[in-house]
Design a protein around this ligand. Structure first.
Ligand code: PNS
Length: 163
C-alpha cells in the first residue's frame, strides 16, 4: 500500500526544523505533500508564492516531495488529494497540547489520521517566528534556515518598509 502524507504549516519561512521533518517524512512515506496554508488573516513576511518557491528550492532533490498552497480546512485539502495521513513534527511537550487538539479535530471532521515525528534535538528550539525576530534585530540566524532562505530573509529585513 502506498502512503501519501501532508506536512502542513505556515512555512514563513521554511526552517532547518521543517526541512528535517520533510526529509524524514520523504524517507518514511511514499509521497509527501508540503501543504502551505494561505491565511489572509495572518500577516506573513513571505508571500505564498515566495514560501512555495523557497520550499521547492530546498526539496527539489527529493522526488517524492511537492509543495502546494491551500486555504480553508486542511482535511479538505487532504480529501481532494486522497491523503489519509498528516505528519507533524513535535518539538517539545509545549507543542503537544495544541497539536493533539488539532489531530483529534482533524480525525473527527475528516477521518484524517495524524502521526507525530519527533524533531531532531538540534532543531527543537527553532521556529519561523523566532528566526524572523532574530533576523530583524540583527542577530545571527546562521544554521537555523538553509542558506537560500537566509539570503531571502536578509533581503526582506534590509528592504525599506515593513518586513
Ligand atoms: O505552521 P503552523 O502555523 O503551526 O501551522 C498550522 C496549520 C497550518 C497546520 C493549521 O493552522 C491548519 O491546519 N490550518 C488550516 C485550517 C484548519 O484546517 N483548521 C482546523 C484545524 S483542526
Amino acid at each position: 500500500m502506498s502512503v501519501a502524507v501532508a506536512c502542513p504549516g505556515s512555512f514563513d519561512p521554511i526552517t532547518m526544523g521543517h526541512l528535517d521533518i520533510i526529509e524524514r517524512s520523504a524517507a518514511t512515506f511514499d509521497e509527501v505533500v508540503v501543504a502551505v496554508v494561505d491565511n489572509p488573516n495572518k500577516r506573513a513576511m513571505f508571500t505564498i508564492e515566495e514560501r512555495l518557491e523557497l520550499i521547492g528550492a530546498e526539496t527539489h532533490a527529493l522526488d517524492n516531495v511537492r509543495a502546494e498552497s491551500f486555504s480553508g480546512l486542511l482535511v479538505d485539502f487532504c480529501r481532494e488529494r486522497s491523503i489519509a495521513v498528516i505528519c507533524k513534527g513535535l518539538r517539545a511537550v509545549s507543542d503537544f497540547e495544541y497539536e493533539l487538539q488539532m489531530a483529534q479535530m482533524n480525525y473527527r471532521i475528516g477521518g484524517v489520521e495524524t502521526v507525530f515525528m519527533s524533531t531532531s534535538p538540534k532543531h527543537s528550539y527553532l521556529s519561523s517566528s523566532l528566526v524572523k525576530e532574530v533576523a530583524r534585530l540583527g542577530g545571527s540566524i546562521d544554521g537555523t534556515v538553509p542558506p537560500g532562505v537566509e539570503a531571502a530573509l536578509r533581503s526582506k529585513v534590509d528592504a525599506p518598509g515593513p518586513a
